[in-house]
Design a protein. Structure first.
Length: 92
């Protein structure tokens, strides 16, 4: 029995590898880096309207608030709480 003409004998790359390569090529960063940037973008929007840090962390996909704070500090040089206070005009 012959394979239908649309079937190719070459195996398809695993989706995860293909997605990673495509994301890196299109965006200049890996998929995990892109996902973290997206999560941080949403976190900034939530912090700008005074959403509590723990709520932001969990809503944006971090299972631990401490991990969110660490990633935020590495990305922006300050903690999410300090960022929120500075947006509200409150000095620490």
């Amino acid at each position: 029995m012959r394979a239908p003409p649309y079937e190719d004998s070459r195996p398809l790359p695993p989706l995860r590898a293909h997605l990673g390569e495509t994301t890196t090529y299109a965006l200049g960063m890996t998929f995990p880096q892109w996902r973290t940037q997206l999560r941080l973008y949403h976190a900034l929007r939530m912090l700008a309207v005074d959403t509590p840090v723990t709520t932001v962390a969990h809503h944006c996909g971090w299972s631990a608030t401490r991990a969110f704070i660490d990633v935020f500090r590495r990305a922006f040089g300050d903690t999410p709480g300090a960022y929120s206070r500075s947006r509200m005009g409150v000095s620490s």
